[in-house]
Write a protein that binds this ligand. Sequence first.
Ligand code: FES
Length: 107
Amino acid sequence: MPKVVYVGGSGQEHAVDGAVGESVMATAVKNGVPGIIGECGGNASCATCHVWVRAEFAELVGEPDDLEQDLLEMAVSEPRDSSRLSCQIPLSPELDGLTVDVPPQQP
Ligand code: FES
Protein backbone atom coordinates (compact mmCIF):
# COMPACT_ATOMS: atom_id res chain seq x y z
CA MET A 1 0.00 0.00 0.00
CA PRO A 2 1.55 3.31 -0.99
CA LYS A 3 1.69 5.75 1.88
CA VAL A 4 0.99 9.43 1.25
CA VAL A 5 2.10 12.20 3.57
CA TYR A 6 0.10 15.45 3.49
CA VAL A 7 1.78 18.40 5.17
CA GLY A 8 -0.34 21.34 6.28
CA GLY A 9 0.70 24.97 6.44
CA SER A 10 1.86 24.84 10.05
CA GLY A 11 3.85 21.67 9.46
CA GLN A 12 1.33 19.14 10.76
CA GLU A 13 1.60 15.85 8.91
CA HIS A 14 -1.09 13.35 8.01
CA ALA A 15 0.35 10.05 6.81
CA VAL A 16 -2.23 7.69 5.35
CA ASP A 17 -2.20 4.43 3.43
CA GLY A 18 -3.66 4.65 -0.04
CA ALA A 19 -4.58 2.06 -2.63
CA VAL A 20 -2.88 1.58 -5.98
CA GLY A 21 -4.95 3.30 -8.66
CA GLU A 22 -6.74 5.59 -6.21
CA SER A 23 -5.99 9.28 -6.54
CA VAL A 24 -4.08 11.37 -4.03
CA MET A 25 -7.26 13.48 -3.67
CA ALA A 26 -9.56 10.50 -2.99
CA THR A 27 -7.09 9.10 -0.48
CA ALA A 28 -7.10 12.41 1.39
CA VAL A 29 -10.87 12.84 1.38
CA LYS A 30 -11.46 9.26 2.52
CA ASN A 31 -9.11 9.79 5.44
CA GLY A 32 -10.34 13.24 6.45
CA VAL A 33 -7.13 15.06 5.61
CA PRO A 34 -7.79 18.78 6.20
CA GLY A 35 -7.45 21.16 3.26
CA ILE A 36 -8.19 18.75 0.41
CA ILE A 37 -11.80 19.22 -0.62
CA GLY A 38 -12.27 17.50 -3.97
CA GLU A 39 -15.52 19.28 -4.72
CA CYS A 40 -15.89 18.05 -8.32
CA GLY A 41 -15.19 14.46 -7.39
CA GLY A 42 -11.99 14.22 -9.40
CA ASN A 43 -13.04 15.67 -12.74
CA ALA A 44 -10.29 18.27 -12.93
CA SER A 45 -12.75 21.13 -12.85
CA CYS A 46 -12.81 22.61 -9.32
CA ALA A 47 -9.13 22.87 -8.29
CA THR A 48 -10.06 22.33 -4.62
CA CYS A 49 -7.60 19.44 -4.50
CA HIS A 50 -4.54 21.57 -5.24
CA VAL A 51 -1.26 20.41 -3.68
CA TRP A 52 2.44 21.19 -4.04
CA VAL A 53 4.43 18.06 -4.78
CA ARG A 54 7.76 17.83 -2.93
CA ALA A 55 10.75 18.12 -5.25
CA GLU A 56 12.01 14.59 -4.64
CA PHE A 57 8.78 13.19 -6.09
CA ALA A 58 8.33 15.64 -8.97
CA GLU A 59 9.77 13.36 -11.62
CA LEU A 60 7.81 10.32 -10.48
CA VAL A 61 4.55 12.24 -10.35
CA GLY A 62 5.13 13.92 -13.71
CA GLU A 63 3.78 17.04 -15.34
CA PRO A 64 0.15 18.16 -15.52
CA ASP A 65 -1.58 17.90 -18.90
CA ASP A 66 -2.78 21.06 -20.67
CA LEU A 67 -6.24 21.09 -19.12
CA GLU A 68 -4.85 20.69 -15.62
CA GLN A 69 -2.17 23.28 -16.27
CA ASP A 70 -4.79 25.83 -17.34
CA LEU A 71 -6.80 25.23 -14.21
CA LEU A 72 -3.72 25.51 -12.02
CA GLU A 73 -2.81 28.82 -13.61
CA MET A 74 -6.31 30.30 -13.41
CA ALA A 75 -7.94 28.82 -10.35
CA VAL A 76 -5.54 28.19 -7.51
CA SER A 77 -4.54 30.82 -4.97
CA GLU A 78 -0.80 30.23 -5.14
CA PRO A 79 0.35 28.34 -8.25
CA ARG A 80 3.94 27.10 -8.22
CA ASP A 81 6.03 24.90 -10.50
CA SER A 82 5.28 22.04 -8.12
CA SER A 83 1.50 22.54 -8.25
CA ARG A 84 -0.70 19.60 -9.19
CA LEU A 85 -4.35 18.72 -8.87
CA SER A 86 -4.20 15.76 -6.53
CA CYS A 87 -7.19 14.11 -8.23
CA GLN A 88 -5.00 13.72 -11.31
CA ILE A 89 -2.28 11.76 -9.49
CA PRO A 90 -3.09 8.06 -9.32
CA LEU A 91 -1.18 6.15 -6.68
CA SER A 92 1.30 3.51 -7.76
CA PRO A 93 3.71 1.35 -5.76
CA GLU A 94 6.56 3.66 -6.86
CA LEU A 95 4.86 6.61 -5.17
CA ASP A 96 5.09 5.05 -1.71
CA GLY A 97 6.06 7.84 0.67
CA LEU A 98 4.80 10.59 -1.65
CA THR A 99 4.84 13.86 0.25
CA VAL A 100 2.73 16.84 -0.74
CA ASP A 101 2.15 20.22 0.85
CA VAL A 102 -1.45 21.32 1.28
CA PRO A 103 -2.08 25.01 0.54
CA PRO A 104 -3.57 27.12 3.35
CA GLN A 105 -6.62 27.80 1.20
CA GLN A 106 -8.36 26.18 -1.74
CA PRO A 107 -10.31 28.19 -4.31
S1 FES B 1 -11.23 17.22 -7.25
FE1 FES B 1 -11.87 18.84 -8.52
S2 FES B 1 -10.13 19.34 -9.65
FE2 FES B 1 -9.47 17.72 -8.38
